[in-house]
Design a protein around this ligand. Sequence first.
Ligand code: AMP
Ligand code: MG
Length: 346
Amino acid sequence: MKTRTVLGIESSCDETAAALVTDGRVILAQRIASQDDAHRPYGGVVPEIAARAHAERLAPMIEATLADAGMTLDEVDAIAATAGPGLIGGVMVGLVTAKALAMATGKPLIAVNHLEGHALSPRLADASLEYPYLLLLVSGGHCQILLVEGVGRFRRLGTTIDDALGEAFDKSAKVLGLGYPGGPALERLALEGDARKVPLPRPLKGSQEPHFSFAGLKSAVLRAKQSGEYTDADIAASFQQAAIDCLIDRMRRALAGVGPVNALVVAGGVAANKSIRGALETLAADHSLPFIAPPLALCTDNAAMIAWAGLERLADGQSDPLDVAARPRWPLDPEAEAVRGAGVKA
Ligand code: AMP
Ligand code: MG
């Protein structure tokens, strides 16, 4: 069968990205522009600034990505864009751009759930990964344990009832004066600290359902800092260890309750954290499961994962009408029961 190529577009948060990916798992070209500098003065993503930056950058970026691959739009088989969940202004910029290109070329439009992009990205990286697999999705906006059964087929086993893990890293980093985004800086500082020095809580550890809570941990970090009793490095190391203990306990619980799976998989920006990866790898080994983590560039927001999710949906015979809506909220598992406080964030 002829190779298919999909143009992917991502604009749901503070990364503007475009990519061309084939169903042979080749990333022909990809470009990504981070807006960290624009948001840094505010210590977080400002939706209005993000949407404007996407509007300025996206079209020239798509042109450049096509040029990188030596392709024209006519040679692309479909156009896939993130249609949610995310900051709605940015999502609309990407989705409307994709609609315009689909309309002008007559190619199919595929409206991709950003979370499905993250959830399927390990299959772009690893051809051997078969459904079903257990996924820990940990990013700046999400913290979920999902059973991935197929394209568009997810069972949410756990979610955070307050903050996402990346958010907890970023807020704790801010308390320690580490700047924005703080996750990577906090990980570096933790290397110099002693994780046993600061007593911090492990919220929801041992509870029945594999849900998460990080708001109390974040507040405990603030109190530890204000007490003046600990070094920043010890606080960072203790925070990271508390987060890992929660993740592993909750994943253990999920593994105990789910049927057979082919692998334990992690995705999302926080998957860049080496200590977290290491702990998950050990957990997988304990359960005689392969551990799969996509390369770092595929973990943070990117368009290759959106193109890949588009390819999987295209192979499944799916595409979307030109009036498909941009969605600020879009759960992967609509049947999942609401959890107190969960899903409040974009
Ligand atoms: P995403 O929302 O998928 O774009 O991922 C961004 C989030 O991942 C932010 O909250 C970052 O602070 C977090 N993050 C990135 N790298 C690391 C790291 N090495 N350790 C912990 N968190 C990280
Ligand atoms: Mg993301």
